[in-house]
Every structure is written in C-alpha cells, then in structure tokens.
Design a protein around this ligand. Sequence first.
Ligand code: PHE
Ligand code: ZN
Length: 881
Amino acid sequence: MSIQQPKEIFLKDYRPLDFEIESVDLTFELDPSETLVTNRMKFVRKTDQSQLKLDGEHLVLVSIEKDGKILDQEDFYLTETDLTLNCPEQQFELVVKTRINPEANTRLEGLYRSSGNYCTQCEAEGFRTITYYLDRPDCLSYFTTKIIGDECENKVLLSNGNLIEFGELEGGKHFAVWEDPHKKPCYLFALVAGNLEVVEGHFETKDSRRVDLRLYVQENNLDKCDHAMASLKKSMKWDEERFGLIYDLDVYMVVAVDDFNMGAMENKGLNVFNSKFVLAKPETATDVDFEGIESVIAHEYFHNWTGNRVTCRDWFQLTLKEGLTIFRDQEFTSDMLSPAVKRIEDVKRLRSFQFPEDAGPMSHPIQPQSYIEMNNFYTMTVYEKGAEVVRLYQTLLGRDGFRKGMDLYFDRFDGQAVTVEDFRNAMADANQRDLSQMHHWYIQPGTPKVTVTKQYDAGNKTLSLSFKQTLNGKQEHLPLLIPVVFDVLSPSNEAALSFSLSEVDQSRCSRADNGWLFELTKHDESLVLQGVEEEGYLSLFRGFSAPILLDYACTQDELVALASYDSDSFVRWESIQTLALMNLIENVQAVEDNREMVLSEYYAKALESNLADTSLDLALKSLAITLPDESYLQEALSDKGMLINTDSILAVYGYMKQTIAEKFESSLLAIYQQMQSSEAYRYDKDAIAHRMLKNRCLNYLSKLPAQQDWMQTQFDQQSNMTDVFAALEAMKPYDSVWKKANLADFYHKWNHDDLVLDKWFALQASDQSDSALDLVKSLVEHADFHYTNPNRARSVLGVFGRMNMKGFHHASGEGYAFLASEVLKLDKINPQVAARIVSPFTQWKRYDVARQEKMKSQLTKLIESGSLSKDVYEIVSKSLK
Ligand code: PHE
Ligand code: ZN
C-alpha cells in the first residue's frame, strides 16, 4: 500500500523573492493538442542568491535560452515540479519554450478547452502549467501576449490589457498582440480564443473616460446577456460612488465558459466566468440566479482594485482580497436590493456552511498558517468569515472611518503585493486607532461564543450586563475584539429604554446607528447601564454585529416580543429562528425518546404575528416563516454535544412543515393568492419579494392534500423559471406519476440548455422520496451526465452529498459508498472538483455511531486507494486525524 504524503507549505517559511521579472513576453501558437508557448522574461537579481528555481508542472520543455544562448541539459536541473539554473548575472534574459496539451487538460487549470474554445485559469497556481515561471503572487511583472491561431477556428484572440497589433498570417492563421500596462502577478494572466460572439456596451467613468464593455458568449446565448451587462454598469457606478474607485483600462471583457472549476475569475481586464454567472433570461433563470449574476459580476469587477491593483504577498493572505471583495459585493447587493434581506441571507449562509467548516477537521483561521493544496483554501472561512471580519472594521469605525481606511490603503499600497497586517494598519492609521487586537481574528480558527447574562437592580435602577467570550469551548484563546451592537427595549411599549453610562463605560460603549455599540475586548467584561426604569428586553448583536454564536438565556416570552416588534430586522428574524430552533431540538429529543412531537405555542405565536403583520416587508415575512436550515439545526445539536440521527431530523422537519401548513392553512392560502401577479417578470426588489413569499406559501400548502393542485397549476403556467422551479421543488417529496411526468416535460423542453439541465439534475439529486438513492445512481448513468463538466458533476454529486439527507445518509451506508466511489472516478479527471465533492465526509464525527463508522470506513478506503490527488488527499487525511 502506498500512501502519498505531499508537502505542507507554511506561512512562517515565507521569504521575499531573490529575482524579479521585469517583463514577460509570451507567444502562444495555438493547437488543440500541441500548443507551443514561448516565454521571454527579463530578470533582475535582488539578493546574493544566484540559484533560480522556476515553477513548472505538466510541461514538455522544448528549449531554454539565456541571453541568446541555448542551454544544454547539464546547464539546468529539471524535476516534475521545477526547473533550476544558476544565474550569477545581475540582469539577464531567459527564453523558455514549452509544449502543452490543452485538449487533454481536464483539470481545468492552466490552458484548456471548453466547448471548442481555448481559455485559461491561473489562480492559484495554474500558470506553472503553461510555462516555467516564478508562480507566486508577489512576483509582479509587465505582460505582453501574442496569440497565433487558425482564423476559422479562432475568430477572437483575447488576453489582458489593450490590443496593440493584429493581422493575417499565412496558412489560414492570424494573430493578435495584447499589452497590459499594469504590473500583475501571473495568477491574473488570461488568454481566450475561439469562435465567440460579443455583446457590447459602454460606460462613462466619473472622469469622463469611455470604457468599452464586452461580453463574449456562444452564439446561442446572445439573448441571455442583458442582465450581466446591466449588472456590470451598476457595479462600475457603485464603486465610484461608494469607494471613489474608477476603472483603469479602456476595455473590460467578460467571457462565459461552460467548464469552470469555480464561479468566476478576475483576470486583469479579461474576466473568465462560469456561464452560470453570466447567462440569464426570465424563462431560464431564477431570482436566485439573477442575484448570483449581479453579485458575481460585481465581485469580479471590484477585484480590479481589491486584488489586482493591490494584491496578496502570498496565498496565506488570500482573505486580504477575498474577504474584502466579498464584503464589498455584499454592500453592493445590499444597496441594489434590500439591506435587511441581504444581511439575513448572508448570516444564514455563514451559519449553514462556514460554522460547520470551522467546527470540523478542515477548520482554519481566515489567514491559514499552512496548506498542502492551496486550492483547498478557497473556503467559506477565507471568503465569508473573512468578509465578516472586514465588516467588523466598518462597525467599529463607521462607514466614513472605513472609507478613510480604504483610501489610505490604496494610497500606500497601489501596485504592491501586501498582507492582512498592511490592511489593518491602514484602517488603524487613517482613524488614529490602535486596532492591533484585530489580529486575533486572523490567526485563530473556530467560531467564538459570547455568553451574555443580565441582572436588573430595581432599587438602584441599574441593569448589569456581563459578557464572556470563549473559543472552541475554552477561554485559552487570545481575546477577540467583538463589537456588540445592542439595545434595551421596554416590555411594555416596544420603545428603546433610555439609560446613562459612567465616564469609564462611555469609552467602551457609544451610540451607533442601530442602537449602542459596546466593544468587548476581554475574556470577561461587564457593563452597567444606569437609570434604567424597568427590566428591559435585550436586543443583542443587532445586524449580526460579529460572527459569533450567542449564548443568552432569553425567555420565550422575550423572544416572541422581539420576534414581533424589534426594530432591528436581523434581531427580529433571529428571535423567531431561535424559537424555531428550540422547538426543533425539543422535537428531535421527542423522536429519540419515542414521545409525541409538538408545535410550540411560542413559535406558533411568533409565526402568527409575522403572518398577520401587514406592515412587514414581504421578503422578511417570507424569511420569518421559513424554518432554519437543516444544517443550522445540525450545528446547534452538535454544539449541545448531541450526535445526529438523520432519520430523526427528517421526521422532525416533516412534522413541522406539515403542522405549520395545517395550522396556518387559511393565511398561507390567502397570501399565496394575494401574491399572484399577471405582470411580466421584473428583476427588482419588490417583484422578487412577491415571488419569494408566494413560493414559500406554496411550499407549505403542498403538504395539504386539499391544496396540492396549486403546484400543478403554477407549473403549467410556465410564467418564469423562479415559479416553475418552485413548483417542482414543492413536488419533490412525492413519489408520484405526476411528478415524473412534469420532470419529463421539463427535460424535453430544456435539454438543449445546459444551465437549465443542471437544475433538472440537481432537483433529482436532492430528491427526498424513498427512491432517492436509486435515483441518484441512475443520474450518473444518464446520457447528459459528464464528469468533465464541473457544473454537471456538482449538480449531481455535490448536491447529493450536501442536500440529500435521505439518500446520502441512508442507514445502509450505500449513499456513502456511492459518493466515495464517484469521488475516486472524478479525482482522476478533476482533482479540484473532486475535493469539493468529498467534503461532506469531513463532518462524520457529528453523526450517530453507526453512521460514523460507515463514513469513516469510506474515508479509509479512499486513503488506502493510494492514488489520491493532493487535493483530495489533504481533505481525507485531515478528516481521519
Ligand atoms: N478569485 C476568484 C474569485 O473569488 C475565485 C477563483 C479561485 C476562481 C481560484 C478560480 C480559481 O473571484
Ligand atoms: Zn474573489
């Protein structure tokens, strides 16, 4: 048995470069299986070290030339991962020729083919599969790229920057030369070639320059580009207004490709996108898809400053660009749609996906301290928790203070590769504040817990609040700076109670837009509110002011009150979620003790008041009546030290949905009917909220035999994909002839459209009927299933592992065996995607003993296969530790 042990890379080992590359001149002679890359680099030596080690993988070295002289075999040393040569000169030029095979590249990093076109993906370390290079983000250089290709097969030839030359060549070929005027690391390099069509637009910058906007897509998708183009223009305008950041080239290009490992990539001036985040029209895309496009277009655009102009020193600093850019796209979406809804959705996402990651074997700080495969660290932690940490600065400094910090950050670091400390210092210096304690958020893994207790002294009219922070169940951590935004509400008249603070406390607690801001800095700390007329209700962590778990023994009466009238929409929603969660947990216990389940009267009361509240925003109403995600319940159970029996969880959700539907049938039906609209699809806040609430009601109504026809009626109307898909979702639990007939219809209507077909696959991969497991096995046999297409693999295998509790956690263990064997197949084709698909196994310790053993034995089998990629190896081996 051979168990591979790939090398671990550590942040503490970072050393600056010995050589700089002043300029890179690339020539690509495109050929599907034999592309020739000529790479001319001008080097400058910066230290005494004369040994130059270039990264390179999956390459055929054709020749290497230094200062015009061809080098012999003995002049350099070549391995599978690098090329070393002695370079005592101060300055020298290397010309390296390599041959690569784009067609055989199913890993989808470096140069590859997708739907007959050429494209590249270089982040994090893909450039080294194109040519030998110093493939690290602190190596900044000026790039010029010449592309030569067959004219009939490659109408467009694109790379970063500006087109400076093009023309015809003999033999049916043509060429284009692109020059990027901005220095960049090679992970931002891009090349695209093929027969693509273009949709053009333009944007006038605030300093009156014209920027040409071009979306490149396949011809049959030309009718699905309007939304992406509109989103791009909105993003450009927003970044000018909110952050004063203006685009810096004359052209901005976005290319949609069908085969892409991630969402999209911010290559300088030439973004490459998963077509899922570009293409949409109301008939093919849901509201969630439209929102996804708007935010990913914004995200990649915002990277032009946060990521490209100022980049990362090394990959341990990834959150410097990703946490910050996610924060920026969250703020953008919040301004475009509803701030309250956006905040709640982001918190849900963080809790459902980042909290479990942080509690599992892959837990890492937002600045990881080591990695085996960098691609495994594009995580919810680095991205989403990273964004929460950036948000902390804004909460502490206010919007204006945050903006000052951003301005200083760009003044200081434009054109450089920097660290998270540099960012923090800019925030601190611009606001004359000591923010050094913020460092503790960057280097410690795990979700902090804040325990709050209150004590009211009626005689002295004081309300004492005490706060305690723990991390991973202990208080041994470096204490975190935690902004607690709160208020105290009168139980009698819903208003905020007034109070005063001692002089000392005034320095720790001040007025904020949405209440009071208390800065918790120690392990244990308390705050005394003076002159408090009555024992109030505490509205804590308003707007989710820090990414923590709150432990506060709130009475259910208090929660019902907050759930009904707190002016902070986050706390209002949170209170009803907490009531639901308490109810769910009680019921899990009931199932396990063989007792009857109940719908708690408190939760029911909160549901009732939210359903009846006519002044409540429709989207917030929809969120209020939605049960917490299953993964959030699992998280809560684990936090209580309980093992998860998925059969109980399924039973509890089944019961709760059914009971809520029965109890509130008439209001759900009334709302469902009120929300109907005969207007054409519009993508705006209001229309989205209507559909969201309508479809939430439909989902409950579908549990009631007397109301089941609504699903079919809504499906038959075929008004837009949001509504059609919601109808299909509602049908999912039924093992019925009509569900199958509708799915067949849907397939016939849409099998020519890959993105819609992905939905068809995903819907069935998350099937919760009794045949869930057999169904998913049949999906991988389907003629339209391809392991080589990441979206398709994720729609079936990713969805199965994450969202199919019934099938994946089937007591027989067959679901586990199925997914593990699929991971092995996929790992040979695309390790990055395989590593994502294997991740549900990392949570094995949470489940009941029988399931734990079955999951663990699959992990062991994977390791023992002896042939895992670094990507899958890292996740599996860490899970078994
Ligand atoms: N940098 C991309 C983003 O977040 C993500 C990405 C990483 C894409 C690695 C491809 C490969 O915007
Ligand atoms: Zn990003």
